[in-house]
Design a protein around this ligand. Structure first.
Ligand code: PGA
Length: 250
């Protein structure tokens, strides 16, 4: 079973129109060797989705959004539907990031509905899960993360429509990462949970690690069994660091 590696950049609430120079540098560096080895996705803020997607056409690099509403349209001021994201030319959407779970009260049930909406619109969902530091210290990391995974991943999940990102909350933006053993243990547990639910399809669902991934640690983390790529925040804002992470696959 070979899962194609995926390196996705989550720009969060960063990026103005002038940031297109970073996207262009990423596209220029995403050469045929790298394209042969790994998928590359950039998730800018919603204001840049359509312009970035237009620039990325034909480059092999795919644009993604950072959230969507679960309905296709309607009276939801300020929200954006999965269909709108697809219409803007994007192919992915990050869902249930811990910052959205914390800032907007997103629950597993809501994330699951959003993942179903993403599939309905033909987008690939990147569903995020991860424990807090207190939960890890209490020895509850596996239980918490597998519970989130069970609750957030819909029955329709398949290799071509869903990716899972394990992002320990305490590792996001802190420069701290779990040990390689802890990452491997979590990814193995997530794969087993998927096997119990989806059978052979579990081998096709990509599992990303996220949280302080940098060029310096990418090789070791991306080389772990059942780690099929990375969701990168801070280091994805600039082309040299983002591309250096993806080049761990060369
Ligand atoms: P970070 O963010 O790489 O800046 O730690 C990761 C994320 O939140 O997706």
């Amino acid at each position: 079973m070979t899962r194609r590696p995926l390196v996705a950049g989550n720009w969060k609430m960063n990026g103005l129109r002038g940031s297109v120079t970073e996207l262009e540098a990423m596209i220029a560096a995403y050469d045929t060797d790298l394209q042969a080895r790994a998928d590359l996705v950039v998730c800018p803020p919603a204001t840049l989705l359509a312009s970035f997607a237009a620039i990325a056409v034909g480059s092999g690099l795919t644009i993604g959004a950072q959230d969507c509403h679960s309905d296709p349209s309607g009276a939801h001021t300020g929200d954006i539907s999965a269909e709108m994201i697809a219409d803007a030319g994007a192919g992915f959407v990050v869902l249930g990031h811990s910052e959205r779970r914390a800032d907007h009260g997103e629950t597993d049930a809501l994330v699951r509905r959003k993942a179903e909406a993403a599939r309905r619109a033909g987008l690939v969902a990147i569903v995020c899960v991860g424990e807090s530091e207190a939960e890890r210290d209490a020895g509850r990391a596996l239980e918490v993360v597998i519970g989130q995974l069970d609750g957030s991943v819909p029955e329709t999940a398949a290799g071509e429509n869903l990716v899972i990102a394990y992002e320990p909350i305490w590792a996001i933006g802190t420069g701290r990462t779990p040990s390689e053993g802890d990452i491997a243990e979590m990814h193995g547990a997530m794969r087993n949970a998927l096997r119990l639910r989806f059978g052979a399809e579990a081998e096709r669902i990509r599992l990303l690690y996220g949280g302080s991934v940098k060029p310096e640690n990418a090789g070791a983390i991306l080389g772990l069994e059942d780690v099929d790529g990375a969701l990168v925040g801070g280091a994805s804002l600039k082309a040299p660091s983002f591309i250096a992470i993806a080049r761990a696959y060369l």
